[in-house]
Design a protein around this ligand. Structure first.
Ligand code: FA5
Length: 335
């Protein structure tokens, strides 16, 4: 299958044209196979040289080899050019303008009750109190009996709650942790117990069925109401950043004796903030500790329970407690 110089030229021109029009490296690879592959026309010419006369073999062999070398160089150049073009295109696609202002990431923020809880913990910790937690599902014994509220005691109505099928109840205050803690730890002690509480009661602007308490307990030798007053005034001063107008009002809680409530001036009215009092001797007994004796020995101390939502209402001037749990972002995004 001898070829003339004319037909090799035709092959060369056709190959050149196709190489020049290759769109990408894949395309070029196919063209390579067509012109320089084992089954290509040129490969067949070179294979058939052996059947030619010496003279023809020398002439056509030289021309066919020249064409082969020419095409190889042409393919190498085209491949380099296409590779560069592909890299440039990739760079263009990946390029971005670093001067364009970025999109601001929308980040969440803490709920106002969490902010208030953290601040409360921080202030009490600065006064040497440890932060302790207890279970939300509580035993009747710890929520009531151990706190001097036996079955059929009228005070159980004040702290009515949700009784669970598993025999437990949802705690009405974090006061049960007083007992749990004193069972395992000897005085002197200072703890606060922040946590969620539940009440079976009607809601209004200052009452929710689900809210947060911070119980406080300080027990030692000779701890008195004077210590409580100093601590709580210091807490309010640090929490609100200024001295607050408060009043102590006598009150009744079965687990303290004497008992009182602390109110704070808010919108020209008194808002109840917390219950408090001196730990009742029966509470010490139920926790396995000897209570204070007139003729010496035993322990005494104070306990208190603050509502975190009430603190938040005054700090952030929120008129209705129910806003904290309404899930309204227009309200929550203000904090
Ligand atoms: C108690 O729960 C007592 N355990 C507090 C206490 C502890 C007294 C230790 C003495 C010694 P009271 O039910 O009053 O008390 O609740 C305490 C505080 O929780 C209230 O002053 C109020 O700030 C808040 N609070 C009570 N009920 C609700 C409610 N339904 N919604 C929101 N806050 C409430």
């Amino acid at each position: 299958m001898a070829k003339t110089k004319g037909s090799l030229n035709l092959l060369k021109n056709k190959a050149k044209k196709e190489i020049d029009s290759a769109k990408d490296l894949k395309d070029l690879d196919l063209i390579y196979k067509t012109y320089l592959g084992d089954e290509s026309e040129l490969a067949q010419i070179l294979r058939s040289l052996k059947d030619l006369s010496k003279k023809k073999k020398a002439k056509i062999g030289k021309e066919a080899n020249e064409l082969k070398n020419f095409l190889k160089i042409k393919f190498t150049e085209a491949a380099a050019a296409l590779k560069e073009k592909a890299e440039k295109e990739k760079e263009m696609k990946e390029w971005f303008d670093i001067t364009v202002p970025g999109k601001k990431a929308v980040s969440g923020h803490l709920h106002p009750i969490t902010l208030v809880r953290r601040k409360t913990e921080e202030v009490f910790q600065s006064m040497g109190f440890s932060v302790i937690e207890g279970p939300e599902m509580e035993e009747e014994w710890y929520n009531f009996d151990a706190l001097n509220i036996p079955k059929n005691h009228p005070a159980r109505d004040l702290w009515d709650t949700f009784y669970l099928k598993n025999g437990l109840l949802l705690r009405t205050h974090t006061s049960p942790v007083q007992i749990r803690y004193m069972e395992k730890n000897q005085p002197p002690l200072r703890i606060i117990v922040p946590g969620r509480c539940f009440r079976h009661e009607a809601t209004d602007f200052s009452h929710e069925i689900n809210f947060y308490h911070v119980e406080g307990l300080m027990v030692g030798e000779g701890i008195s109401v004077a210590n409580f007053k100093a601590i709580i005034e210091e807490f309010f001063r640090k929490f609100f950043g200024k001295p607050m107008e408060i009043r102590f009002r006598p009150s009744y809680f079965p687990f303290v004796e004497p008992g009182f409530e602390i109110d704070m001036k808010w919108n020209n009215e008194w808002l109840e903030m917390m219950g408090a009092g001196m730990v009742h001797p029966n509470v010490f007994k139920n926790a396995g500790l000897p209570p204070h004796q007139i003729n010496g020995g035993g322990w005494q101390g104070f306990a208190f329970g603050i509502g975190l939502e009430r603190l938040a209402m005054i700090k952030y001037k929120v008129e209705d407690i129910r806003l904290f749990y309404g899930g309204d972002l227009k309200f929550l995004n203000q904090f």
